[in-house]
Write a new protein. Structure first.
Length: 314
């Protein structure tokens, strides 16, 4: 049985590959032919785990091809692997060294192999990412307009109008994509039965949190970065803080929760109880975000719309 771990450092033009504990390294172009060569070589080696870093989408063609071939590939957070390298005293940094670090990370940490998005899910994810990018550009342009010289305002207004049209087209595409899939349509209907969850937040949850409805309450909160983490040492008991997780989803849930604590009776009452107990706004709103997420998780698991009676959430 093979005990080989493989690390693949991804750049725009090249994939650098390293193996551990049997050291070897090579590189292939980051294109269709190079990825096919990588898959064929790793099929012969049959490694235990193939680790790549999430690099803004550059890794997806390789990860998808490896997964389709039945190979155990996983894309991990670059911060985790960099911290691992520092802890191991591996301070030098080149593409070849990074690939070797990824292979050693795979052996030491044994990251969980998760299903790779199919083509339709990747397209939906790309639409949600593009929507977020356009909104960020819109916000930046509107901020610039406030301080721009008069002669530039007309040009900025033209760009704002173009971005708004682009955003409208993207949102239409998002809704059509979701409504054309029976599975996504059912999820969308369930999510939007909740006061505070609109089409944009629902689309993000469907695209960026496919685990929703499949994990327990602690796992889903931790995955998004809404689970309170201990900070204790000896007799010292520190404050609990959230950390890690999927920041864009937290931002979407934050905006949804601001609406929910005003118009959703369950979350409004929960928020008021926390404030009455002396909790700070940030603590109270984070608790409401977590409660909302846990409820949504239970709704998709049980395939039931929002109701005032809290569903079982274990």
């Amino acid at each position: 049985m093979s005990h080989l771990f493989v690390g693949v450092d991804v750049s725009k033009d090249r994939l650098d590959v390293a193996t551990h504990p049997e050291p070897s390294s090579w590189s292939v172009p980051n294109d269709e032919a190079g990825i096919e060569d990588l898959v064929n070589r790793l099929l012969k080696a049959q490694p235990v785990c193939i680790v790549l870093e999430a690099t803004g989408g550059l890794e997806m063609p390789a990860v998808s091809a490896l997964a389709v071939a039945g190979l155990p590939a996983v894309a991990v957070n670059p911060r985790q692997t960099r911290n691992f390298a520092k802890a191991a005293g591996l301070l030098a940094k080149t593409d070849r060294i990074d690939a070797a670090v990824l292979a050693r990370f795979g052996e030491a940490m044994k990251p969980e192999i998760r299903p790779v998005r199919d083509a339709a899910a990747q397209e939906l994810h790309a639409l949600t990412v593009r929507r977020r990018q356009v909104i960020e550009m819109l916000t930046a342009e509107k901020n610039r307009r406030g301080t721009a010289p008069k002669r530039m305002i007309q040009e900025i207004d033209k760009h704002i109008a173009w971005l708004q049209k682009s955003l409208s087209r993207i949102e239409d595409d998002l809704q059509k994509t979701i409504r054309n899939s029976p599975v996504w349509r059912e999820k969308d209907d369930l999510l939007q039965s909740t006061t505070g969850i609109g089409p944009a937040t629902s689309a993000m949850l469907i695209a960026d949190l496919p685990e929703l409805g499949w994990l327990d309450r602690w796992q889903i909160a931790k995955l998004v970065g809404l689970a309170p983490m201990n900070c204790d040492s000896g007799r010292y008991r520190g404050q609990r803080h959230i950390q890690g997780g999927r920041a864009p989803l937290r931002s979407a849930l934050y905006m949804a929760t601001l609406t929910a604590i005003r118009f959703n009776p369950v979350l409004a009452a929960f928020y008021q109880r926390l404030i009455a107990a002396g909790k700070e706004f940030k603590v109270a709103i984070t608790a409401c975000m977590r409660k909302l997420l846990v409820r949504l998780n239970a709704m998709l698991r049980d395939r039931t719309p929002w109701r005032e009676k809290t569903p079982q959430t274990t």
